[in-house]
Design a protein around this ligand. Sequence first.
Ligand code: ADP
Ligand code: ZN
Length: 215
Amino acid sequence: MKIILLGAPGAGKGTVAKRLTALDGSVQISTGDILRGAVQAGTELGKEAKGFMDRGDLVPDSLIMGIMEGRLQEADCKNGFLLDGFPRTIPQAEALKALLTKLGIKLDMVVDIEVPRDVILDRLCTRRTCENSQCQAIYNVKSMPPKVEGICDKCGSKIIQRADETEAAISHRLDTYNEKTAPLVGFYRTEGIMKTVTGTSSDAVVEAIKSELGM
Ligand code: ADP
Ligand code: ZN
């Protein structure tokens, strides 16, 4: 499948994407994961992105398009991909459209995952992430704790609260989402491939996407 997942921070894009990859071998492409990996590795990209990310601001479109232009041409995208956290602005959506046309790729669907703001806030404050950039598994201290406190089930690394998951940065990220990313719903509705899923449970969202794709 070739799908874009839209939805506010904390809507469950990453969790839904990971479950969908298990269905047909599509890969999850999370620009947030790629950027956090670059920050941790101390690459030029990471150095440029870090300040924006820590404040909860968007990284400039040009950096993101540089990443995605290369990523979408890697061999593992042949089986399909789930874009998680990209595009995030109208210029990114326009650049993606041109890139997909150039590569001869057609999207199946754009899914907007709608979750009430109070649920989102609660989730983000209790979310924890594996610090190993190769893993970045997601946990939740309330609803999905690791088996051993503070330790990743999958790789044994430490589980941390992200630098941009303070209350101030979270609230700024939600405002940024409403201002810059929410307009993409209108953009893709015009394209005729938009599907809105209301879901407080990621299972329900996965099921809705499967049935939409006839799986
Ligand atoms: P969340 O969806 O929880 O906000 P992400 O992991 O998708 O988190 O993104 C974390 C941060 O990485 C964002 O706040 C932003 O600074 C940066 N980022 C990720 N994807 C993009 C993108 N497509 N455009 C601009 N900035 C991005
Ligand atoms: Zn891990």
